[in-house]
Design a protein around this ligand. Structure first.
Ligand SMILES: C[S@@+](CC[C@H](N)C(=O)[O-])C[C@H]1O[C@@H](n2cnc3c(N)ncnc32)[C@H](O)[C@@H]1O
Length: 348
């Protein structure tokens, strides 16, 4: 048997490929070998610590591909998957206690014999919600065997005190912020800050930002946001306010504004979404510095597009995303990067 060729597979939300490729390009020793719509492959590297820092990536796996790696072959050459598991748990045995195999026909005798081998060899228990996720899947022209390098997806951040419905996926927050040219900005406002995902990702990635401000009109959200901000070690840098957009709060002017707009059920029945979006755009016109950048994330893009068209803003870039929710329905949100139509000389 030839020695399996190993690769690193990074998965991300559909629509964020350019963001992930840009992030990878900041690490000179990460080499992309293949790009698909929602994952890329890299040349294998021994040290996973850099991979664990990637902020636009959902999952990282070590993989090996060959057209002969179907479950029957793997059940006769169990060390192929065993060596991947050994690599992941090396020196971290206390982090990994359980495993599961994701494979069509997971009850078949072949897959069961692989599971028994993993259980006995590495003293791991098979469980649905497992620390080690092993996959054996058929790609276009080959079978792929892979193991995720961490028990939790990379997108689950340590600063999240609790996971609430409506909170933004942190990889999307990273993407929104990376479209703002924050390295050249001093001040950052997040309107409709919710649990503060955008503010925290901005604070962690851009330590030079001088003024980080957010507001929301929901007390419970603000209290959860403060807990998250404290957990992230940013309590001294991020200022949160309880404000309603309809009152157009006076907070000064900003180089960058970001927003994950309320939508559907998340808007109170007393608020009309179109009015809310119009008020939001009018307010941004008043408080964004000339040359500044406004980046908006929303699933209700048709309403927003109409309002932007009639405003002082133009859309200079758009990203179309697609992902499944926890109830397995698909969302098709968009990110809009906006500038003033008549721009000043300074560009943030
Ligand atoms: C989609 S959520 C933002 C989620 C946030 N990005 C996060 O990661 O948690 C929209 C937020 O807008 C807030 N909101 C709705 N109407 C508002 C209004 N009139 N003024 C201020 N905030 C409002 C809601 O309380 C909610 O937290």
């Amino acid at each position: 048997m030839n020695k399996p060729k190993l690769e690193i597979k990074l998965s991300f939300i559909i629509g964020l490929k350019e963001i992930t490729l840009n992030e990878i390009s900041q690490y000179p020793n990460l080499h992309v070998t293949k790009k698909e719509e929602d994952f890329v492959y890299l040349d294998f590297i021994q040290d996973f610590s850099q991979l664990e820092c990637l902020r636009s990536v959902l999952l990282v796996s070590i993989t090996s591909q060959d057209f002969i790696y179907h479950p029957l072959y793997i059940s006769n050459h169990k060390s192929i998957v065993g060596n991947l598991v050994a690599m992941i748990i090396k020196g971290k045995k206390n982090k990994f206690k359980t495993f599961k195999i994701i494979c069509a026909g997971s009850d078949s005798p072949e897959v069961r014999s692989i599971a028994e081998y993993i259980q006995e060899t590495y003293r791991l228990t098979e469980e649905e919600d497992a620390d080690i996720k092993i996959h054996i899947i058929k790609n276009d022209n080959a079978w792929e065997v892979g193991v995720q390098i961490m028990p939790r997806p990379l997108s689950i951040r340590d600063y999240k005190v609790s996971n609430i419905g409506g909170a933004m996926n942190p990889t999307i927050a990273y993407a929104v912020n990376s479209l703002c040219k924050l390295e050249n900005a001093d001040s950052y406002l997040n309107i409709f800050s919710g649990s503060a995902t955008l503010l925290i990702e901005a604070g962690l990635c851009y330590p030079n930002l001088k003024r980080l401000v957010g507001f929301d009109n929901d007390k419970e959200m603000l209290s959860l946001a403060i807990q998250n901000i404290r957990e992230a070690g940013l309590i001294k840098r991020i200022k949160l306010k309880e404000k309603n957009i309809f009152n157009k709060p006076n907070l000064g002017k900003f180089d960058v504004i970001t927003s994950d707009l309320p939508f559907g059920m998340l808007v109170s029945k007393y608020e009309d979404i179109e009015n809310l979006y119009r008020c939001f755009i009018e307010y941004c016109q008043e408080i964004l510095n000339y040359g500044g950048t406004l980046v908006i994330y929303t699933s209700q893009h048709e309403i927003l597009k109409k309002i932007i068209l009639k405003s002082e803003f133009k859309v200079v870039k758009k990203l179309k995303l697609k992902f499944a929710t926890s109830t397995n329905t698909y969302l098709y949100p968009k990110i809009f990067v906006c500038k003033f139509k008549k721009n000043g000389t300074k560009s943030f």
